[in-house]
Write a protein that binds this ligand. Structure first.
Ligand code: EPZ
Length: 432
């Protein structure tokens, strides 16, 4: 007797080839909100964060902080206060960490502030194994005792962390952020060599300095931190999301170029705007931090993803959707993650002509894409499916849409305001 299982699956249905126009406002950056929220563990005073995006990952981080003993209050739209209330419990349980790998960011602050932490080892994710070995090695160099058993990282630094010379063999964004947050309360000086230079790292340093930390060199490959005894509270505004902004720049270029993008972080997207120009897409500043996109016929390019300030891996899938309908042959090399081409078979279902060989994707532009049922395979690939669906002929249904809600605030609303015909639907699926 075959066991059948009914399940309800959610999808986003997108009508293709509608010209989009209007204004879209870029939200606060997910990858800034997450480390900044982890940093509130470093003080027992109140911290207020503004421009916090309403994203699934942000809710998960809030749950993690509450679990650790923080009081989290929504003061106004996008404004949250955080304060340690009562006895802290420096733990991050599996059921929360398994939802969001960036939970590893609480390890550094917990270790530095409470001298111990029990954090579930983050599982892998679809874009790669995503190890955290470099984080753990750095904390051991700072004097922590680390044991990994039963899927948990047990870290102890009963006499506090000591400053150390940390040379990362490869650039790691959250690794740099984790060590930065641990170092600010460590005894003595910590030097981070081969540090990540992402704007989100620089802005975290800015927030920590407002809290009283002694940090130099953020934004370069060498960051020096002199430990202090304690940190004060602060008020800090989350920076705009450069990946969301880049996503809407691609979308505007493909749908008639009549979208005004508010809070466009030009300074963080210089390299991306240069690549857009090579493709034939101009990002034109108008007014205060606003951009309009002017696109001619789309030319082929070669792109390779690298650490900041070069082309971000988080925009790779979105640019691949655009190059699928550009003229000629383009090539994208993914240097950061070992498995970040899962959107390729999905784009091919929409009619794209792409061949993958190892770290390289070869894209041959086609006249048009045609709507189909596809699935979102990771957070940024989901945006690439939305872009492709909005330019394809006919209707596209995107499954596993929760990926999109992890990283794009109110995306349905923002698209509808631009004239897109999108709707969420549910379908019963019988799994035999
Ligand atoms: C951050 O992830 C971002 N997440 C990612 O954004 C982004 O794609 C990535 O940086 C690269 O820019 C957040 O900031 C929350 P890494 P992170 O450590 O820090 C290897 C999104 O879509 N590595 O810089 O986890 C790793 O496997 C997400 O918002 C180790 O080997 O990335 C990768 O190949 C996806 N050992 C490379 O380094 C370690 O201990 C870079 O990873 C750590 C990393």
């Amino acid at each position: 007797m075959v066991e059948t299982r009914e399940e309800i699956v959610e999808y986003l249905e997108v009508e293709g080839q509608k010209p989009l126009e209007g204004i879209v406002e870029i939200s606060g950056a997910k990858n800034s909100a997450l480390p900044d929220m982890a940093a509130v563990l470093l003080t027992d005073e109140e911290v207020i964060l503004q421009n916090v995006p309403y994203l699934l990952d942000v809710y998960t981080m809030k749950d993690l902080l509450k679990h650790a003993g923080m009081e989290v209050e929504e003061r106004d739209r996008g404004v949250f206060s955080f304060r340690l209330s009562g006895t802290p419990s420096p733990e991050a349980p599996y059921e929360l960490v398994s939802k969001m790998r960036a939970s590893i960011l609480v390890l550094g602050p917990m270790l530095a502030r409470f001298g111990r932490a029990k954090v579930s080892l983050p599982g892998g994710c679809s874009i790669g194994t995503r190890p955290v070995d470099l984080h753990l090695k750095a904390f051991e160099k700072m004097g922590a005792k680390i044991k990994v058993e039963h899927g948990y990282i047990h870290a102890y630094a009963p006499d506090g962390l000591k400053g150390a010379y940390i040379h990362f063999p490869k650039i790691t964004v959250t690794g740099t952020e984790n060590v930065l947050m641990a170092a600010v309360l460590s005894e003595g000086e910590t030097v981070i060599k081969n540090a990540a230079k992402e704007p989100e790292v620089v802005d975290l340093a800015k927030m920590l300095k407002k809290m009283g930390a002694d940090i130099q060199g953020e934004g370069t490959d060498t960051i020096r931190i002199k430990g202090v005894k304690r940190l004060n509270g602060t008020i800090h505004r989350i920076i705009p999301d450069r990946i969301e902004a880049g996503t809407f720049a691609v979308l505007s270029a493909l749908t008639g170029g009549k979208i005004v993008i508010k809070n466009y972080p030009f300074e963080y997207l210089q390299f991306v705007d240069k690549v857009l120009k090579e493709i034939g897409v101009d990002v034109i500043p108008i007014g205060e931090n606003q951009a309009v996109i002017k696109a001619g016929s789309l030319k082929p390019v070669e792109i390779e993803t690298k650490e900041y300030p070069f082309f971000p891996t988080d925009l790779q899938a979105q640019f691949m959707a655009m190059l699928s309908v550009a003229e000629g042959r383009s090539k994208i090399r993914e240097n950061i993650f070992e498995n970040r081409f899962m959107h390729v078979p999905e784009l091919k279902r929409l009619g794209a002509d792409i061949q993958v060989k190892g770290r390289d994707a070869y894209i041959k532009g086609v006249k048009k894409l045609t709507g189909a049922q596809v699935k979102a395979t990771d957070l940024r690939a989901s945006a690439s499916m939305v872009i492709a669906g909005l330019i394809a002929e006919g209707t596209t249904r995107i499954y596993d849409i929760y990926h999109l809600d992890r990283g794009y605030e109110n995306i349905d609303q923002k698209l509808k305001l631009l004239g897109a015909k999108v709707r969420r639907g549910y379908e019963e699926r019988t799994d035999l």
